[in-house]
Write a protein that binds this ligand. Structure first.
Ligand code: ATP
Ligand code: MG
Length: 401
């Protein structure tokens, strides 16, 4: 029996890196980004050490009152992680490790038909090699569970043992991680975020591909209420779980909409409004050294999302406009919105600035020359400058709730 203090209350989290491992020579840059993101996300849950070795990131609590449940939940949303698992801590004694494995993985061990034990030895002072430990614990488990047969090639259940500095750790099957690339590894983009179902999903999708996101929301007080703004901030708060910290840019849009209504033909309201949004978003993006803009548009969903309309709005941007939902059906978007937790907030009934000024007969077959003619009475540069000057920034940090 060991005399070592049993770290019973401390278990840890193992994270398996996703596409990061494919990055070859750049791997360490991605890995640093990933571990940095992980450390920042863990802050609300206590003191942890985070170390990456051989495509596994080890998250170990450094004090007994760490919130490991909260930490584990938050790690499920970190991009760049393929699978994750919690592991049971145990004193570094082979007999105890075997006993703990029987208890900790009892359900899985009593249901599986075939199994194997895989060990890694981080602590080179441990008296057995990893092969010896696997054989010893494997033998113990084989004796204890008559339903089990060892299978080294295609086991139904793999029991993992990790002998680390502080303790040995036991774990079974991992759960699916968020996938994708570490946020920040693909640069930054401005995401146009409305209160709808689509744009939180498009924001999530590009964050998943490693983009750091700056959400921009156009706000038309008093045509849209404070509640509509709160709703967008609630959506952004949910998105911080996936995207990390966010600074939301709230842009006053009322004056622009009033000018459009006063000076432009009604059939063109929506397209002109969207062009103004695009110009302002582009300016904010350039200001923040972003490489792209993101919208939640999907081809043909509404009159302002035809190919012609997209071309007419894109004409106002100097940066590429990314539309990750362009080929998706609404039902597919809704499935993702449910998965990421934004759907229930998106369907709250607060009006959006687009719906307040919706024309009765929006143009569906736009010609750019006609759009430019309709827009001509506006003093575009002044309106853009005024909106940019009036913007408000709201900082949101991923939290416990
Ligand atoms: P969503 O569900 O995202 O609101 P939608 O189907 O309602 O999308 P539109 O209202 O035509 O579509 O808007 C298309 C895209 O334009 C949105 O996905 C979003 O990226 C952007 N957008 C629309 N309204 C706003 C707004 N008030 N602030 C910021 N971006 C907006
Ligand atoms: Mg909308």
């Amino acid at each position: 029996m060991t005399t070592q203090q049993a770290p019973d209350t401390l278990d840890m989290i193992l994270l398996k890196e996703g596409e990061v491992v494919l990055k070859g020579l750049n791997k360490h840059v991605f890995e640093q980004r990933l571990t940095g993101n992980i450390r920042r996300r863990l802050k609300p849950y206590g003191k942890f050490t985070v170390t990456a070795r051989q495509s596994i990131v080890y998250v170990e609590p450094q004090e007994p009152d760490c919130d490991i449940d909260g930490a584990f939940e938050s790690m499920k949303k970190v991009f760049g992680i393929m699978t994750l698992t919690r592991a049971m801590a145990c004193p570094k004694d082979p007999a105890l490790i075997a006993e703990r494995a029987k208890e900790y993985l009892y359900d899985q061990l009593s249901q599986a038909k075939t199994f194997k034990v895989e060990s890694r030895r981080g602590d080179k002072g441990f008296p057995m090699t990893s092969v010896e430990l696997s054989q010893y614990v494997g033998g113990e488990l084989d004796d204890a569970f008559p339903n089990l047969t060892a299978d080294m090639h295609h086991p139904e259940l793999t029991v993992h043992l990790e002998v680390r500095d502080r303790a040995a750790y036991i774990h079974g099957a991992p759960v699916q991680g968020a996938g994708g690339l570490p946020v920040g590894s693909s640069g930054s983009a401005v995401s146009m975020l409305s209160g709808g179902i689509d744009s939180p999903v498009s924001t999530y999708m590009m964050a998943k591909r490693g983009m750091h996101i700056i959400p921009v929301h156009f706000f038309s007080f008093p045509y849209t209420s404070e509640l509509a703004k709160e709703k967008v901030l609630d959506l952004a708060k949910i998105l911080t779980g996936w995207c990390g910290r966010l600074t939301v840019e709230i842009v006053p849009f009322t004056h622009i909409q009033e000018e459009i209504r006063a000076k432009c033909p009604e059939d063109y309201f929506t397209i002109i409004m969207r062009r103004m949004m695009m110009r302002i978003s582009n300016a904010i993006a350039v200001d923040n050294h972003c490489g792209a803009l993101i919208t939640g548009e999907s081809l043909g969903q509404v009159a302002s999302q035809t190919m012609e309309a997209m071309a007419a709005t894109e004409q106002c941007a100097t940066l590429p406009v990314l539309r990750p939902l362009v080929g998706m059906d609404k039902a597919e978007v809704i499935a993702i919105a449910r998965h990421i937790g934004t759907f229930d907030t998106s369907i709250l009934p607060y009006e959006d600035c687009c719906t307040v000024f919706t024309p009765r007969h929006p143009c569906t077959h736009l010609r750019l020359d006609k759009v430019l003619e309709a827009e001509a009475p506006l003093d575009v540069d002044t309106l853009v400058a005024e909106a940019l000057a009036g913007r408000e920034q709201v900082k949101l940090i991923p939290g416990r709730e």
